[in-house]
Ligand binder design. Structure first.
Ligand code: ADP
Length: 417
């Protein structure tokens, strides 16, 4: 029900209005004969929707009553009832918060329209207010959330900055330690090389019997000594090579070379050991020349290292296969070189590590002593040197292995167009 309060000093008008509204069934009507009575009524029962307010009344006129009602902060909408000539008052009333007006004599149907519009306006105002309240609430939640996130972000940034600083410091320390280690190895190897060259020279002079004859026993001892000096100098060279990539860069001279003769040369240099170990060697070298840009000494060294490993880690009687082929599936075409063996294989977890310097799958205490005997170990640098050389040639090195069954090492090199 719409609750209407009619405030008018004319009893006739009040009764007419009440009678008309009550026929419409949706209105509950109350009356007040002047402003004072209206305000008292509203104080006791503020829950009206429409207040129809006459302008000309004794004691408290329409405008004064309107002012009183406005200060009460009610939900009701005020509609003024005025005589035709009283437009000034109407304007004032609207300024003071009245919604609209009807003139006397009252056109009831028109009044109904005004009431409907007033109710609609009030409903819209309420909805607007609710929306604004919701928006304000959301806005304040959002502001709070943004403030919180900004704070978290600043904290995270601060933490990240601290970690980055710590990391940078640790990296610098590591770099300087690594340089110290490199310098030390370089220096020690150079220092070892000089006396070694002298020892080697003298033992050659002695073996050539320049300083006179010697017993067979002394000669044999000298030969063993000479062989070991050779091994020692190889080790020192390897250490120098792994430690100092610049050496590789210095001796690196580019030319177009066919990789196939380099492979043959690498195999030929190790044939003796393969025979000694009763291993079967298969050569499946491409008949088409595979021309790559590079340095044959270095490439020889890389393949040589792979073959040495194949010999070392394959039991007597095992099979070693050296292959080369053109790989057209990639652009530009590549030379694919592989060394396969039927040896002990490499555990999956070690496959990536074997290319890092000084890494060996088994503890060196399990190595056998000779250079090419089964399971004899070196320094753990052969593969890392091979990888450096291959990288230097813009190539890639990879391995596939199955424990107990064997391994295959692959080298791919870009072919010259
Ligand atoms: P090393 O001087 O010990 O041979 P490498 O760098 O050449 O050093 O090889 C590193 C390690 O990788 C070897 O110690 C060995 O454990 C493993 N490895 C390399 N090649 C093979 C292979 N063909 N079969 C089994 N293990 C291999």
């Amino acid at each position: 029900m719409v609750r209407v309060l009619i405030v008018d000093d004319s009893e006739i008008i009040r009764k007419q209005l009440r009678a008309f509204l009550e026929t419409k069934k949706r209105y509950e009507v109350q009356e007040a004969s002047d402003g004072l009575e209206a305000i008292q009524k509203l104080k006791a029962d503020p829950d009206f929707d429409i207040i129809a307010l006459d302008v000309e009344m004794p004691r408290l006129n329409g405008l004064e009553t309107l002012r009183g009602i406005s200060s009460m902060d009610l939900d009701a909408v005020c509609i003024m009832i005025t005589s035709r000539s009283d437009f000034n008052t109407v304007i004032q009333a609207v300024r003071q918060g009245a919604y609209d007006y009807v003139t006397k004599p009252i056109d009831f149907e028109n009044l109904l329209l005004v009431i409907d519009r007033a109710l609609e306006k009030r409903a819209l105002e309420k909805e607007n207010k609710r929306l604004i309240d919701d928006l304000q609430k959301m806005n304040s939640n959002l502001t709070q959330l943004v403030r919180q996130r900004t704070k978290h972000l600043a904290e995270a940034e601060q933490k990240a900055r601290t970690y980055a600083n710590q990391l940078e410091k640790a990296y610098e320390e590591l770099k300087s330690l690594d340089k110290m280690k490199g310098d030390f190895i370089s220096l020690a190897s150079h220092e070892l090389r000089t006396p070694l060259v002298l020892i080697k020279g003298y033992s050659e002079i002695l073996l050539r019997k320049r300083y006179g004859h010697m017993s067979e026993q002394v000669e044999n001892a000298l030969k063993i000594q000479s062989e070991n000096i050779e091994k020692l100098s190889e080790i020192i060279n390897e250490i120098l090579m792994i430690n100092n990539l610049e050496i590789l860069e210095n001796i690196y001279k580019e030319e177009n070379i066919d990789i196939n003769p380099v492979l043959v040369e690498a195999y030929e240099s190790l044939k003796e050991f393969i025979n000694l170990r009763n291993q079967v060697f298969k050569s499946e070298i491409s008949e088409i020349p595979l021309i790559v840009k590079g340095n044959n000494k270095l490439l020889f060294y890389a393949v040589h290292n792979l073959l040495i490993n194949a010999i070392k880690f394959t039991p007597d009687g095992g099979v070693i296969v050296l292959r080369s082929a053109m790989k057209n599936s990639e652009s530009p075409s590549k030379a694919l070189i592989s060394v396969s063996d039927t040896g002990i294989g490499i555990p999956q977890e070690s496959l990536e590590k074997i290319f890092t310097p000084f890494y060996e799958v088994k503890d060196i205490k399990y190595h056998s002593s000779g250079k090419f005997q089964f399971l004899s170990g070196g320094l753990g640098v052969g593969l890392s040197i091979a990888k450096n050389i291959v990288n230097q040639h813009s190539g890639r090195i990879a391995v596939e292995s199955s424990l107990g069954k064997g391994s295959t090492f692959y080298i791919t090199l870009p072919l010259v167009k």
